[in-house]
Each structure stands twice: as structure tokens, then as C-alpha cells.
Design a protein around this ligand. Structure first.
Ligand SMILES: [Zn+2]
Length: 73
């Protein structure tokens, strides 16, 4: 009786460990996916910011507005 319940307990512990590691693995995958999404969003945003910049025809420097830009030397 005791031996039977002990083996059941061991199986239960094994199942808990498997489920625990399963959840940990899923959490890691989700975390990676979130980080990738964040990175992609940031890249998209910086590309957008670069597109909004104007290159000065005289000195080649990038500026948000040519009116506010003064060429250096
Ligand atoms: Zn300039």
C-alpha cells in the first residue's frame, strides 16, 4: 500500500517537473518573441526617423529641416 502510493507520488512529482519545465520553455519562447517584436518595432521607428531627415545638398549632413540647419564651415 505504502509502496504503491510512493510510486504514484514519484510519478506525480515527475509530472509536476515536466509541466514546470514545459511552462519555463514556453515562457522563454514568448520572451524571445516579445524581444524580437520590440526590436522590429524599434528598427521600424528608426527607419521612419531617418526617412524624415533631409540631406543638406551643400555639406551632406542630415537634418530635420534645412531652414534650421546651418552648414559647418
Ligand atoms: Zn549643410
Amino acid at each position: 500500500m505504502f509502496g504503491f502510493s510512493l510510486s504514484k507520488l514519484l510519478i506525480l512529482i515527475a509530472l509536476i517537473v515536466i509541466v514546470w519545465y514545459g511552462f519555463k520553455a514556453v515562457g522563454r519562447v514568448n520572451q524571445k518573441r516579445r524581444a524580437r517584436a520590440r526590436e522590429a518595432g524599434r528598427n521600424q521607428y528608426s527607419e521612419l526617423a531617418t526617412e524624415n531627415m533631409i540631406q543638406c545638398p551643400k555639406c551632406g549632413a542630415y537634418t530635420a529641416s534645412l531652414d534650421a540647419h546651418k552648414c559647418e564651415a
